[in-house]
Design a protein around this ligand. Sequence first.
Ligand code: GGG
Length: 347
Amino acid sequence: MLVAILPGDGIGPEVTAQARRVLDALAVPGMTYESALVGGAAYHATGHPLPPETLDLAKRADAILFGAVGDPTCDSLERALRPEQAILGLRKELTLFSNLRPAKMFPELADDSTLRREIAEAIDLLIVRELNGDVYFGEKGMRRTADGLREGYDIMSYNEAEVRRIAHSAFKAAQARRGKLCSVDKANVLETSQLWRDVVIEVAADYPDVALSHMYVDNAAMQLVRNPGQFDVIVTGNLFGDILSDQASMCVGSIGMLASASLDANGKGLYEPIHGSAPDIAGQSKANPLATILSAAMMLRFSLGQAEAADRIEAAVAKALAGGARTADLGGSLSTSAMGDAVLAAL
Ligand code: GGG
């Protein structure tokens, strides 16, 4: 089993290093690792954020553990060369269309949430974010209006096949959980959302055991703060899912806690923390590595058939938190590697 490790930029190398320590400690038989540059680090070394050798490794690997991309020194580059194009390119090239972002409250962190303890404690939801469409991949550009004003545009589009395949992913996820699916859109305003809603309703016929509801994205943002415990699985588009999952991460204590899996139709996946490269704290050993360590657990579970090893990681994270381990984002003072030590000690 080959795992590609793509640390990326900013805090990416720091957090992936801790996940690698945990994987090494588990010593799963037959697991091998290869690393490659991605994002700004790859651009600076090769002139491209997703060099062919990195894409080749990602294609050869059984699973990918990804850190983060984003580098302010690349801000003035043309869009095609910016670090973020690497993660968008990987998602598209590998058809990783189904992004699973679980937000579950560790009881030990209920007081770190932005929500009251009794509301925070009830959070156990999964955001299923579509990853291959929407404004991220629609036609985009800069032009002049007839009056000579600069005008930027990003076309939001979804075709029914794209909506159908993510809807099936989400219904299956709901079947494996508490049987509730909330589809989030903006169907009162957007054509893409009207199609989204129509197709989700068509797909629902295959899943009579799942209770489907619909919510406008603005209401969903409000409900996530008011009563997040009402949600089991949320399915939504690329842009709405990006925003709502950052919001959900703060409900469970910190964006440093949220792991994710980006899957293709056959279970191959890229696993990454939902947070970015955090250049403001890069190189200071302040980043919380738990989202990446928990992403490694998702990788073992979903792509590598190692559910027992995944359980061990998740239990070790809970034990480390119960023992008081806290990085700065959780109100503590542990360094990135000290949090890694705490998880290793709890394994
Ligand atoms: N680990 C997540 C990461 O690196 N995020 C940076 C980024 O540009 N993400 C784009 C997206 O998630 O849509």
